[in-house]
Design a binder for this molecule. Structure first.
Ligand code: F6R
Length: 620
């Protein structure tokens, strides 16, 4: 997840504001950063690495200007290099652009620009934008019109900020990627600042110390102002010494309300959510979309995961820990369904596993790419002669660097210690891996279901009854989670989430195992969450297991799409939209995440940083 900052203010302050803003966006994760300032000429400084490295590089430069933009990049396309760091420029060096999101038609635009003689210096989709602006300027457009016309040619998601040499303004546009404006400054001038939309100002921002900001998230400028304007999709903003003006696609002025942020600056990274975990649960539609973007083609029912499609393994061993292990269990089932022998090992137990056979592939599923147990299992696999693949969220992580191949799940940084959106993205990416590797089965149905996943998840987020159920069972002695087939890993994950963030006893079981022992623990004080989707033989058997717990007076919460008869035996229902069984697992998990979150919240737990746990476990 990248971060954008922009500022128009005093010439001697703008650069500091930008660098401060970038440091405030660090929580989003980054692997490179850069700034561009404009006065008569445009100055730029950018590089791979830490913000501190950028600060040092800036010391050796004399950049100045009253209008500027900055960016922290979290690589999803193209490695973290100086060239791929933002801002990106046109051929003349007079236009600089920062961008979050993905420009879907960039290849087509780039091909056209290259044949028209433009030279590209990066692998990014973003770089088409400055070249498009350059063409419009060359055709005689003023900077605002040039940016507006360039943006109109983009398809996909974007938050974009642009500066042009000779213009003391920042131009910005958004579509499907957040962008927020900040009005005024901390010197008192904010009281007099004209609200965006009026198009008026006193014309002397620099003299007054008045400033305007823009960012992908409020923390970037929260130390300077608490007055914000949230841009909506399709809107365009111009920040200049004259004020801050917001217009719609057609250039009509939009009267935007100026909100006052009442969050503590420390809290603002949560965008109004009480916890990062809740924010990240709500980011799942976007994370899944991001994972799929450019990789599936519904028309041809095909999947493109780069060169991974040619792996054709004779067998696959998965190694992973915790939540990622549950994702790996799911991934192995997908491969077995397609006829590829696949096994899953807890990474810390891999030393006891049978050696990989023949042309086997060992897949490390690891969000961070830095988990010591998983790295050690992958190294062991390489020593045994296996090819290795990292399924990870982190470009440039140790797993990504050491494995023969990497498949990125593109969830964006996850701050909450308990994994939430990365699990959804792992399941999505493992579907792509299975489809790309095996090319058998009902590809078309799976792809259609994956495309629907973001909106299905959104439906759950909008309508979930999880909070009420959490209220009912917050004082329970313990919680059981059962599921079969693809819903078995979901049951395990539901229990892990409950343990981690509520500190209460919770266990996940294969539904059929309950009667082989754990049933002894079931009482009227132990709610059983039964994940039952579809109406096949597996679902019927799980309904049978639900009857067993119901007969022992256990309250039953059915997580279901309503296709089976489970609701008859349930005290409560958590609905999931009807879909393909593979997608149903992702959906059921969202309901269970919400239950755990709300139980933990009602118990006042430290949800984002549960006791004794760390986000990245770098010891074995
Ligand atoms: C649980 C959780 C952990 C991690 C595990 C592996 O919510 O986050 O169980 O899944 O520590 O971490 P990664 O995926 O970074 O290898």
């Amino acid at each position: 997840m990248c971060g954008i900052i922009g500022c128009v203010g005093r010439e001697d302050e703008t650069l500091d504001v930008l660098v401060h803003g970038l440091s405030k966006l660090e929580y989003r994760g980054y692997d490179s950063a850069g700034v561009a300032l404009t006065g008569d000429r445009l100055g730029i400084c950018k590089q791979a690495g830490e913000i501190e490295a950028l600060r040092e590089a800036l010391e050796a430069r004399t950049l100045s200007g009253s209008a500027g933009i900055g960016h922290t990049r979290w690589s999803t396309h193209g490695p973290p290099t100086d060239e791929n760091a933002h801002p990106h420029q046109d051929c003349s060096g007079d236009v600089a652009v920062v961008h979050n999101g993905i420009i879907e038609n960039y290849q087509q635009l780039r091909d056209g620009l290259v044949s028209a003689g433009h030279h590209f210096g990066s692998d990014t989709d973003t770089e088409v934008v400055p070249h498009l602006v350059e063409d419009e300027l060359a055709a005689g457009a003023d900077p605002e019109t040039a940016v507006r016309r360039a943006v109109a040619r983009l398809e996909g998601s974007y938050a974009i900020a642009v500066v042009v040499a000779g213009s003391d303004a920042v131009y910005a546009a958004r579509n499907d990627s957040p962008l927020v404006l900040g009005v005024g400054d901390g010197t008192g001038a904010a009281e007099d600042a004209d609200a965006p939309g009026t198009g008026e100002g006193d014309g002397d921002a620099a003299a007054d110390g008045q400033a305007y900001y823009l960012a992908s998230d409020v923390p970037a400028f929260r130390d300077f102002t608490d007055r914000v304007v949230y841009l909506d999709d399709g809107e365009f903003a111009v920040l200049s010494a004259e004020g801050c003006r917001v217009t719609d696609v057609d250039g009509n002025t939009v009267d935007k309300p100026v909100d006052t942020v009442d969050w503590d600056p420390e809290e603002t990274g949560k965008s109004g959510y009480d916890h990062f975990m809740l924010k990240e649960i709500h980011e799942q539609p976007r994370a899944i979309r991001q994972c799929l973007r450019g990789r599936v083609d519904e028309m041809t029912a095909s999947v493109d995961i780069g060169d991974l499609g040619d792996l054709s393994p004779t067998g696959v061993q998965f190694v992973a820990c915790g939540t990622s292990y549950h994702a790996a269990l799911y991934g192995a089932q997908l491969l077995r369904e397609a006829g590829i022998p696949a096994q899953t090992f807890l990474a810390s137990e891999y030393a006891t596993s049978p050696p990989p056979i023949g042309d086997a592939l060992v897949v490390g599923v690891t969000q961070s790419g830095e988990t010591a147990d998983t790295l050690s299992a992958l190294r062991e696999a390489a020593k045994r002669g296996a090819r290795t693949l990292a399924v990870t969220n982190t470009v440039g992580s140790t797993a990504a660097r050491e494995c023969d191949h990497a498949l990125y799940i593109r969830a964006g940084p996850e701050i909450g210690v308990a994994a939430s959106k990365t699990f959804a993205s792992q399941l999505t990416a493992l579907n792509l891996f299975a489809l790309g590797t095996t090319r058998t089965g009902d590809t078309r149905d799976v792809i259609a279901a994956l495309r629907e996943l973001p909106s299905d998840v959104q439906q759950i987020l909008d309508d979930s009854a999880a909070e009420a159920i959490a209220e009912t069972y917050v004082d329970a002695d313990g919680y059981f989670f059962i599921g079969r087939g693809l819903q078995f890993p979901v049951a395990l994950e539901g229990a892990l989430k409950m343990k981690e963030i509520t500190y209460k006893h919770a266990e996940g079981f294969a539904a059929g195992e309950l009667k082989h022992g754990p049933l002894a623990l079931v009482t009227s004080e132990t709610p059983v969450f039964a994940v039952v989707t579809g109406d096949d033989e597996m679902a019927t058997k799980t309904v049978g297991n639900v009857k067993e717990v119901e007969a022992r007076d256990a309250p039953v919460v059915a997580v279901t799409d309503g296709q089976s008869t489970v609701e008859r035996y349930a005290d409560h229902v958590l609905d999931v939209p009807e879909t393909h069984p593979r997608a149903a697992a992702v959906l059921a998990n969202v309901q269970l995440q919400l239950v755990s979150y709300h139980v933990a919240d009602k118990l006042g737990r430290s949800i984002d940083k549960p006791r004794n746990l760390a986000k990245s476990v770098t010891v074995e």
